[in-house]
Structures are given as C-alpha cells and as structure tokens.
Design a protein around this ligand. Structure first.
Ligand code: SF4
Length: 356
C-alpha cells in the first residue's frame, strides 16, 4: 500500500487532485488546438481510453479562441499549455481553461506573472508551474546538480505566488533523464505541500518511453510522490493513457479491471501458452467493453506448468495451471475443473461472466 505524500487539494474542473484523492491520469492532445474538430475528436478518444485531465497547446490567439468551443464539446478538464506570452495565459483563462500550465523558464516579468495570477484568481482556477530541464531559466543553468537547479528554479518562481497568497498550484519538474526527474521531485517534495504532476519528459518512442516512464513515474509513486501522471510518448496519446493505467495498476495505486499474471514459459511448458494468454486477453477486453467487468479488480493467473502454476493459480481470484495438453482451473483458491488446452480460455471466460 502506497503512503502518499501529504498535499493540499487542488481542483481542476471537477477533478480533485492531491493526497486525499486518486492519482489522476493526464495526457496531451497532439493536434493543432486551432483545428477545433480534430482536437475535440482526440480529446474525446482520450477520455474513452481513461484520460481524466487533458492538456492542449495554446501557442497563439487562434488557439486561445478555440478553447471555448472545445470546452463545449468535451467533458474532461482542459489544461492550457502556455509558453513565452502571458497574454495567451490570460486569454486561455478567460475562454474557460480549467487550469493553465506556465513555464518558469520563459514567463519571467513579475508584472506579467501578477496579471496571470489576477486572471486565475478571478476565475478560481489553478496554475501548474511546470519546469522542464530543456527550458530552465538562464540564471540557473550554471550551478548545482540538475535536480537541484530545477527545484531552485521552481522555488524562486513560487515567491511570486506566495507573495500573492495564491496556493492553487501544481508543480512539475520534468527531465528527459529518469534519475534527474526522480531526484528533482524528491528534492521539491521536502520544500512544499503542493500536489505534483509527475512525468519524464521527451521520453521517446513507445519502447523507450514506456520503460523510462514506468521507472521514473513508478518509482516516485512507490515513494508516495505524484498526484497526476502523464506518460510522454512520441506516438499515439491513447497509448500514453493505457500505459499510465498499467503503471498505476502495477504499483497498486489504482485498479482498472482484471489483471493477468502469466509466466514467461520455458522448456517445461507443454501448451501454447503465449497464444492462450493473447486469446484470453483479447476476449477479456471485448467482454470488458460490452459488459464493463473492467470495474472489477480480478487477478487471473495463467501458468505454464506445475512448478509455479498451482501456487500462482491458487493465490489468484481465478487461474489455470497447465500440464501436458491440459489445465487445472482454480476459482477462489479451489480446484474446480481440469480442461483440455483448447477449452481453457472458454472455461475461464465462463467463470468470469458468472462473477459479474
Ligand atoms: Fe516454466 Fe513452469 Fe515457470 Fe512457466 S511456470 S516459466 S512453464 S517453470
């Protein structure tokens, strides 16, 4: 059981984040925000996949104007990502953004920051101070470890908000290096009680990005650090959401339906276990989609032989331990049946449907 770092609660639209609330999944639309139809379509697809907060890039006035129309046609809270120009932040807030993200590295003038704070106070929305290793303030680029430099830069920026008693804040400190990201969040965790949005930035194509995100986000979550997460992939954003769900499930923070454990197989295995597990996962996904058994957190073990099979299958909610051409099915720790290899998936699915 994860012991969460204690934080304030911050509301992003109707999603509350912080240690008293579930860790929320965030992603980012990859469309040009001024292409309203494409952006709405992508956001709604992300919501269907399980995204709970979505960020959009607001790079010009056309994107600012698009926000109100996008808001009308989507349900999940919208975060406007702002760089360089404080007027875009103010416009996004006025047009209905549920949160804005600003970068301490590129909006620097105190009078501009104060105008953003005024607008956020007026609409009652939070602000994320999101530092990235690639856009650190110049004054901080020459001394200290990268993690400390990132934390120092946020801390210095926080002064403007503390002076105004503005506490509806979320902090992020992302680096493309896993170890630096992890250390930066750990350093900052000792310095404030604002919720953290956690992720490894520019993590790369899915194969690399999934590994970096799983280690970076996962290790922080296990330390109790992280209130929203974003898996950053050079690829389909729906995949970012699916991987975020798997990370939350793997660390035991949230459950998103049945979890399959299966052995890697070896020379002792006498069935085509890989095909069986793939077939079972596919049928499970179809059934989930049709009847929403995704709400249940079943643990299902599919194991290749008698070495570890009976133990894992017995310990799961449902399991099968294969031998030669046959499998012994366990339900709630009890043996219920011995089935032929080719009937195993059908039998497991039948038991799952009866559990609904
Ligand atoms: Fe091999 Fe059996 Fe272990 Fe699977 S459970 S990896 S088949 S020893």
């Amino acid at each position: 059981m994860i012991k969460r770092r204690e934080t304030r609660t911050v509301s992003i639209g109707n999603v509350k984040i912080g240690s008293g609330h579930p860790i929320a999944i965030q992603s980012m639309s990859k469309t040009d925000t001024s292409d309203i139809d494409s952006t709405i379509k992508e956001i709604n697809g992300l919501e269907t996949a399980g995204c709970e907060v979505v960020r959009i890039a607001v790079k010009d006035d056309k994107a600012v104007k698009a926000i109100s129309e996008i808001k009308k046609n989507t349900k999940i809270p919208l975060v406007a990502d702002i760089h360089f120009d404080h007027r875009l932040a103010i416009g996004a807030i006025k047009n209905g953004a549920d949160k804005i993200r600003i970068n301490p590295g590129n909006i620097r003038k105190p009078e501009d920051i104060n105008k953003i704070i005024d607008a956020a106070l007026d609409k009652g929305i939070p602000i994320r101070l999101g530092v990235n290793s690639g856009s650190l303030m110049e004054m901080y680029t020459s001394s200290g470890s990268s993690a400390e430099v990132m934390a120092d830069s946020v801390e210095e920026y926080l002064t403007y908000f503390r002076n105004r008693k503005f506490n509806e804040l979320v902090i992020s400190l992302k680096s493309s290096e896993v170890a630096v990201t992890r250390e930066a969040y750990r350093v900052m965790a000792d310095r404030c009680d604002y919720p953290f949005h956690v992720g490894v930035t520019a993590a790369g194509l899915p194969e690399d990005g999934i590994i970096k995100s799983s280690i970076g986000i996962g290790s922080l979550l296990l330390d109790g650090i992280g209130d929203t997460i974003r898996v950053s992939l050079t690829g389909d954003p729906v995949k970012e959401v699916n991987i975020a769900k798997k990370i939350l499930g793997a660390v035991g923070a949230r459950k998103f339906g049945p979890e399959i454990i299966s052995c890697p197989t070896c020379g002792r295995c006498q069935v085509d276990l890989i095909s069986i597990v793939k077939d079972f996962e596919k049928k499970l996904q179809i059934t989930n989609h049709e009847s929403r058994i995704t709400d249940k957190s079943l643990l299902i073990a599919i194991m290749g032989c008698e070495v570890n099979g009976p133990g894992e299958a017995k310990g799961a909610d449902l399991g099968v331990a294969f031998g030669k051409d046959k499998g012994v099915i366990f339900n709630n720790g009890e043996i219920v049946k011995t089935v032929d290899e080719k009937n195993a998936v059908k039998e497991l699915m039948g038991i799952i449907k009866n559990k609904e």
